[in-house]
Design a protein around this ligand. Structure first.
Ligand code: AP5
Ligand code: ZN
Length: 208
């Protein structure tokens, strides 16, 4: 299946995408991870405000469309089934995506603002596996894993606030865009991870 997962920063896109890739045997295409692996890439020839993706990301701002569109276009051309996470983030990107591929299902994980801030400031990443944890909600069992956990550079309170405001301004219209097309499936993302997963799985199964 070709799955799009939308949601605010911290809504659980990465967490649910990991379960989707296991269950449905699809590629996880995530612009956030792709950009984090290329934070120092020189994009100055595009005449952008900053010279690298990292300078946008650490401020919580969107990386220029040109850079991100190319990443997604390339990844989609190599994928059969996929779950797309982190894109589109504005209506221009949604229009680009329409020219790149069809979608079987568009999910929106819905989570309130206070919970989002709590999730992001408590998130920790395993740099060796990329696995996502939370200091309270989902701590690792293995003490070796716990010892090597890192916080994402953009998970500071200040950058989190900026990311949420960018989400309201730029990405909520994307959710309305798919709502208007009649293809949006809203999922209550504020439940426990396994309960969210049950709803996500059922929604995908019903769509394909
Ligand atoms: P990106 O990496 O996409 O970040 P984001 O959208 O801010 O989303 P997150 O990864 O923070 O949250 P998530 O929804 O994946 O939540 P997670 O599962 O980790 O983008 C980063 C930056 O890259 C952007 O700011 C921008 O600069 C740039 N960028 C990326 N795409 C771009 C694009 N298309 N255009 C332009 N720029 C772009 O969960 C969060 C935490 O909550 C974890 O600790 C987890 O354990 C916990 N958790 C998850 N689910 C639950 C649950 N149900 N209950 C309790 N805790 C939970
Ligand atoms: Zn993520």
């Amino acid at each position: 299946p070709r799955i799009l997962i939308l949601g605010a920063p911290g809504a659980g896109k990465g967490t649910q995408s990991a379960k989707i890739t296991d269950e449905f045997d699809v590629d996880h295409i995530t612009t956030g991870d792709a950009l984090r692996n290329n934070k120092e890439m020189d994009i100055s020839e595009l005449d952008t405000e900053y010279d690298t993706p990292g300078e946008y990301m650490d401020r919580g701002e969107l990386v220029p469309d040109e850079v991100v569109n190319a990443i997604v276009d390339e990844a989609l051309s190599q994928a059969d089934g996929f779950v797309l996470d982190g894109y589109p983030r504005n209506v221009e990107q949604a229009e680009e995506l329409e020219d790149m591929t069809d979608l079987d299902v568009v999910l929106s994980l819905e989570v309130g603002e206070e919970e989002l801030v709590h999730r992001l400031t408590g998130r920790r990443m395993d740099p060796e596996t990329g696995d996502i944890y939370h200091v309270e909600y989902n701590p690792p069992e293995d003490p070796d894993v716990e010892a090597r956990l890192e916080q994402r550079d953009d998970d500071t309170e200040e950058t989190v606030r900026e990311r949420l405001s960018v989400f309201h301004e730029n990405t909520e219209p994307v959710i309305e865009y798919y709502e208007g097309e009649g293809v949006l499936e809203r999922v209550d993302g504020e439940q426990a991870p396994d309960a969210v997963w049950e709803d996500v799985k059922e929604t995908i199964e019903n769509a394909v």
